[in-house]
Ligand binder design. Sequence first.
Ligand code: PLP
Length: 412
Amino acid sequence: MHRFEEFTTRFVQSIGKKEGPVSPVITQSASFGYGDPETAEGIFDGSIKQPLYARMGNPTSAQLEQILADMDGGAGAIATSSGMAATTLATMSLLKLDDEVISIGGLFGGTYSFFSETLSRFGVTTFFFDVEEYASIEAAITEQTKIIFLESVGNPNMRLPDIHAIAEIADRHGIVLIVDNTITPLSLSPLKMGADIVVYSTTKIISGNSSVLGGAAVFRAIKEGDDKFKTVRYKEVHKFIDKMGKMALIANARKRAMRDFGMSASAFSSYLTMLGLETLPLRMNRIIESIEKVAAALDAKGLHINHPSLPSHPQYLRYKELFAQGCGTLLTIDMQTQEEAYAFLRKTKLATITANIGDSRTLALHMASTIYSDFDDPTREFLGITPGLIRISIGLENPDDIIDDFLQASGR
Ligand code: PLP
């Protein structure tokens, strides 16, 4: 059965036009003429909806933003120059000196460094927890806690958080929950599970073919009546709520982050991202079917496979209950030693050795010697990075070919 039927129609119909150019129009201009001073004033105060300057957005990216907001049931989205830019935008638009972040599960190395090394230089402290440490998470919440951040699937530790349970904690304490849903777009809708902001690296499965770097943040609407953003904890956002109402989070992020840090998506990048997005439901469906087959076959031959579809995985039951649509394109193989991992990578004929994930092709990378090479042993241990760990991103190839190739590469 095809899992993502609802999106197949929606994406192709909203990306292609029925009149004029069918393919999305690339508006390649840094600036936009306003015509007269009154229009200029209106564009700058937000009363006239016309492009201002490409750092604040452009019409091609606006089309992508609308589609991604609809995909996740958000009030709006902002396309960014990369996935890290989306995380930077979502967090830096809310944080100030002395704030605290709680980060749960995962984490992708770049995100870990951003929290532990970069934000700490600006006086923001991050506390890291594993996905099941609910009591410690609650105990770590203070008046300074601004953000709870998690990855919907830990990259590469493959831990699956219970997003509902963590959203309930975040809500009870009036704290914003940001979910990095890069690994599982379509399979999960974090905003519907209680998250407030979702971030994506669209470089991965959304564009899906290594052609373009990009990211996006999707924001929920500010609610009428009570809303955590209306509390004193988020007082910097209040002026945007007064002016923009339910769209306040998008306005806040566009000004506080996009305008001031300039992590804008280019029109050409947004164009390429939309071309990929058109086929995302088909590719996700194919890979989710393949990955369970590949994981089971390699596990049966005695390889150390980490994927939640295997009964040995600590969150196997959660996978069955909450991840009925799969958990994306990743699995890991632990070859036990760096030498064995390198031998596997030398012998595979099918996998491309690269740092990306979510490609049409199967990709592989030894973790400890690359993305996590800068990290000390305790950090690697916390993030599940063992000496022989290879991260695999399953592609669109025939799963039997992947299995055959990996078995020969591992000497099985
Ligand atoms: N989030 C996750 C889960 C990732 O795997 C990556 C990968 O690189 C990123 C964010 C950062 O994305 P980008 O490389 O587009 O900046």
